[in-house]
Design a protein around this ligand. Structure first.
Ligand code: ADP
Ligand code: MG
Length: 631
């Protein structure tokens, strides 16, 4: 073959122009790209070697630095290329991502030097060599072919030349004649660092020969393998030891404790491998979002892309750490592309399904282990009930709560709650509160206690928010015991309604008096069947905020949406009778006025809220005590 000079296709010229003339924010990636190409070529040769026994199988990638010639050489013994293949592969741009990128650039009409960041986010394959080289030579010999080797050279302008070359072994050698500002890449430490960062898990050895001076002034060449070649996620699940998992997880999570590894090997519409970890203890920084790397590590065919691919897991699974290695994604994915990438979305879907089903298994088969996990991560996982409607039902199964009828610290699932419901009970009852003690002190629980119903105690700050989307479980509605009308089975309901109606009739004047007296604090005073022991309580109407939510807003320094609550009185409580008597004797009674205030304050105290004037409250109590002792 005589030497031939050819012109690049215009789109290639365009790309080259970009590479050479724009400020590239991260030149290092050229080595990542060339090493990745070498590994791809070996993958192909390894496949061909299955049927061709003549091929060399001592797979390796070699990086050589020549300080005198100012060249950096990357060679592989992979599949290699024929002359035609070189023209086909190196002379055109086939990658859709790059094409789309070029189109976007053209359309935006932004001067190139104003968008170095955008360009910097694109790995752009072979041509990235021109960021650091003024001339690139590529010598290649196709494995298993009789064609002579070919040499391709270009200075990255309009043209390239092709001529015959000599090379005995299969594979490709790329010689970069470095620009003066790229001589850093002649330093062994620099190349070592880049390979560690981007190509550590490539499964073929990446060798850097280094010259070692001996004591007698002779030199020997040492061949150092730069990469660990340990792609733990590509190994058979059964071959990985617990220690290996723990140490890899520690590396990923910066010190978390591991509960269980999950392996995913997906084939079909989306091909990827993933090694994910369910934590037992969270690294502390999960709650300090700025310090936390978000998402999973993403590799494409063992080449490192990013250690925070957020889109691989939804927010509510952010406690999951791990690695995804995709076979479908192009290497030149940018952060922008990752965001809407349909492949990424497919992977996310598969990951969510796997994580949720594994958690379910854990919950059923190893409940103690599951509880360890849930106590750490439950409050994060529950967010999914509110944010992932598609998987809401599965996440509800995983949610666990304390309950009024179970001992402190014991968590039950909704399934367990429903299974224990007496036949007369229609709905699932819950109360939100700061902690178990405040929840249990709530007078709103009394009626349920007396009926033998259980009430879920929701004590995570996130619960109230989550409950906005928790409408039903197993066709049963969720009802806050501190909200809305009381709903009970038909018989009890009638009975209670009658009692409430009768009391409202008998004590009409007292109720009106209290409503007037407390009009700044409550929007209504009424009787209710909710209470069996306490004299009174405060409830929100169906749309209103519960006491817990009000405190939550206050703690967040947020304005509390206006809206007063309802003071409910217990028709069976002797206090009602006594106050009525006082009112009938003297509607202007100063004592009655004080009692009205006390009534409201005790409603606040029992639900765990603060009273406006503790001093006044204490004085009133003291007066009462004195009066009581005198009698
Ligand atoms: P990509 O790797 O995404 O296809 P590149 O620009 O990196 O894009 O490479 C273009 C093509 O050139 C590759 O698809 C491959 O066919 C060929 N190629 C590049 N480097 C080598 C190599 N070392 N050995 C064999 N073929 C190669
Ligand atoms: Mg490539």
């Amino acid at each position: 073959m005589a030497e031939k000079t050819r012109k690049f296709k215009t789109e290639v010229q365009h790309l080259l122009d970009l590479m050479i003339h724009s400020l590239y924010s991260n030149k290092d990636i050229f080595l990542r790209e060339l090493v990745a190409n070498a590994a791809d070529a070996i993958d192909k040769a390894r496949f061909a070697a299955l049927t061709d026994s003549t091929l060399n199988r001592e797979w390796q990638i070699k990086i050589e630095q020549n300080k005198d010639a100012k060249t950096l050489t990357i060679s592989d013994n992979g599949i290699g290329m024929t002359a035609d293949e070189v023209v086909e592969n190196i002379g055109t741009i086939a990658k859709s991502g790059t094409k789309a990128f070029l189109k976007q650039l053209e359309e935006s009409q932004t001067p190139l030097n104003e968008m170095p960041e955008l360009i910097g986010q694109f790995g752009v394959g072979f041509y990235s060599a021109f960021m650091v080289a003024e001339e690139v030579e590529l010598i290649s010999k196709r494995a298993g072919s009789n064609e002579p080797a070919v040499c391709w050279t270009s200075k990255g302008q309009e043209n390239y030349t092709l001529e015959e070359a000599t090379r005995d072994d299969q594979g490709t050698t790329i010689i970069l004649h470095l620009k003066t500002d790229a001589e850093l890449y002649l330093e062994p430490w620099k190349v070592t660092e880049i390979v560690h960062r981007y190509s550590d898990f490539i499964e073929y050895p990446i060798i850097l020969p280094t010259v070692k001076k001996n004591d007698d002034n002779t030199e020997t060449i040492e061949e150092k393998i730069l990469n660990s070649q340990k792609a733990i996620w590509l190994r058979n699940a059964s071959e990985i030891t617990d220690e290996e998992h723990q140490s890899f997880y520690a590396h990923l999570s910066h010190g978390g404790k591991l509960l269980k590894p999950l392996h995913i090997a997906a084939e079909g519409t989306s091909e990827f491998k993933a090694l994910l970890y369910i934590p037992e203890k969270l690294p502390f920084n999960l709650f300090m979002p700025d310090l936390q790397k978000k998402g999973l590590q993403l590799y494409v065919r063992r080449v490192f892309i990013t250690d925070e691919c957020k889109d691989l897991v939804p927010d509510y699974l952010r406690f999951i750490k791990g690695v995804v290695d995709s076979s479908d994604l192009p290497l030149n994915v940018s952060r922008e592309i990752l965001q809407e990438n349909p492949q990424i979305m497919k992977i996310q879907k598969a990951i969510v399904a796997k994580v949720l089903s594994e958690l379910k298994k854990l919950q059923e088969k190893e409940p103690e282990k599951y509880l360890l996990f849930y106590q750490e991560c439950g409050k994060i996982l529950k967010e999914g009930i509110h944010t992932d409607f598609q998987n809401q039902d599965k996440i509800k199964e995983l949610a666990m709560y304390e309950s009024m009828n179970s001992e402190a610290g014991k968590l039950i699932s909704l399934r367990e709650y429903v299974a224990a419901m007496p036949s007369s009970q229609q709905d699932i009852y819950y109360i939100t509160a700061e902690n178990r003690t405040t929840a249990l002190a709530s007078p709103a629980l009394e009626i349920y206690r007396s009926k033998g119903y259980d009430v879920l105690l929701m004590t995570d700050p996130i619960d109230e928010w989550v409950m906005q989307s928790m409408f039903q479980y197993d066709k049963k509605h969720f009802k806050s015991v501190a909200k809305g009308e009381l709903e009970l089975d038909a018989d009890s309901k009638k009975e209670l309604e009658n009692m409430v109606e009768a009391a409202a009739e008998t004590h009409k004047s007292l109720v009106e008096y209290l409503a007037k007296e407390l009009e700044n604090n409550v929007k209504e005073v009424r009787f209710s069947g909710r209470l069996t022991e306490s004299a009174c309580c405060l409830v929100a109407d169906e749309q209103g905020l519960s006491a817990h939510m009000e405190r939550f807003f206050k703690a967040m320094n947020q304005e509390i949406p206006a809206g007063k609550r309802i003071l409910e009185l217990n028709p069976k409580h002797p206090l009602v009778e006594a106050m009525q008597k006082l009112y009938d004797q003297d509607p202007q009674s100063a004592q009655l006025k004080e009692y009205a205030g006390l009534l409201y304050d005790q409603a606040l105290l029992t639900e765990g809220s603060q009273i406006a004037d503790p001093g006044l409250f204490a004085k009133r109590i003291a007066d009462l005590m004195v009066a009581g002792l005198k009698n």
